[in-house]
Design a protein around this ligand. Structure first.
Ligand code: CUA
Length: 338
């Protein structure tokens, strides 16, 4: 056994490790790294506030532990002293012991108080000045493997939820019976909310800036879990009103993109975004896609490997899909659909 243990390389290693872990974290924390995305709804702001508040203590405590640790390792290294030689034995320090007992308790009380204060109002905007009976109510349905949104006037959107700027939107999040658990999460506009078959989870948001806000399905729900991003597109309120009115009054065809949205949300993940075939067979140029009755029967009832995706779709949505399929992938028209 060597007479002394050189701590200097160890201290250097710990320093390097601390640096490696700490600096990228600090560098990334500003944007797109460890920090939450910039909030754009009062409830998302509350969530971000909690994150930053707790982070302050986390960073301070890390520094309070790590800096003295490294300093002590360097300051009190053995300097060639034999291993068997004991250092001075120090017992008891009332002030120090009281300090490291009371201070953590106080820190936890402060954090808990702040979090409980902020928690109210992270899920819904009830009680805020702008929330009320006039809120837009949208049902969010999670399905394997896409999101479907139903508006009060019958309008339907797939994958991308459209919402008006500056207005409170109440979401009722659910999943059809027989589906599995999913979770709706668009971080800039709020927290993570479960979509469970037969149950309804409520949340709301009010987006103050126009834009497209990216989100995900945050519950592992099966083979194509990563293929069900949740998106919210916030547009000017007047533009939204006219879109909603037009979309709600559509019977079929027209300017509605429901057929295409449905294809991209529900079908493309197995049949390819160009109908080129993937898990499911190729649709481009496939004679079946022009046979509306046949397509309806297959998507309503499923067959072989294919699930009955359209089991509970409205006639309107099914019509929109069959029209789109025919238009985009039918062998008669020479269109690629892209
Ligand atoms: Cu739906 Cu993961």
């Amino acid at each position: 056994m060597p007479a002394s243990v050189r701590l200097t390389p160890l201290a250097a290693f710990v320093l390097a490790l601390g640096g490696a872990a700490g600096f990228p974290a600090l560098a990334l924390a500003g944007n797109g790294g460890l920090a939450p995305v910039a909030p754009n709804s009062p409830n998302a702001e509350r969530i971000a506030d909690m994150y930053y508040f707790v982070s302050i203590f986390a960073v301070l405590i890390f520094l309070a532990v790590a800096v003295p640790l490294v300093l002590f390792m360097v300051r009190y290294r053995s300097r060639g002293r034999g291993r068997e030689i004991e250092g001075p034995q120090i017992r008891g320090n009332n002030r120090l012991e009281l300090g490291w007992t009371v201070l953590p308790v106080l820190i936890l009380v402060v954090i808990a108080s702040f979090v409980f204060y902020k928690l109210e109002g992270t899920s819904t905007l009830e009680g805020t000045a702008t929330a009320g009976a006039g809120d837009l109510k949208v049902t969010v349905e999670a399905r394997r493997f896409y999101w479907q949104y139903r508006y009060p006037n019958g309008a339907i959107a797939v994958q991308r939820l459209r919402a008006p700027q500056g207005r409170v939107v109440d979401l009722e999040i659910t999943a059809p019976d027989g589906d599995v658990n999913h979770s709706f999460w668009v971080p800039a506009l709020g927290g993570k909310f479960d979509a469970i078959p037969g149950e309804t989870t409520e949340t709301s948001f009010r987006a103050d800036r126009i834009g497209v806000y990216e989100g995900v399905c945050a519950e592992f729900c099966g083979l194509l879990h990563t293929e069900m991003p949740a998106e919210i597109e916030v547009i000017a309120a007047t533009e939204f009103d006219s879109w909603l009115a037009t979309e709600g009054s559509q019977q079929e065809g027209g300017t509605s993109t429901l057929g295409e949205q449905t294809y991209r949300g529900a079908c493309a993940k197995c049949h390819g975004f160009e109908g080129e075939g993937l898990i499911g067979p190729t649709l481009a140029g496939n004679p079946i896609v022009s046979d509306t009755r046949r397509v309806e029967e297959i998507v309503r009832n499923g067959r072989e490997e294919m699930p009955p995706v359209a089991e509970d779709w409205s006639e309107r949505q099914l019509d929109a899909l069959t029209a789109y399929l025919k238009r985009a992938y039918g062998p008669d028209e020479d269109e690629s659909g892209s």
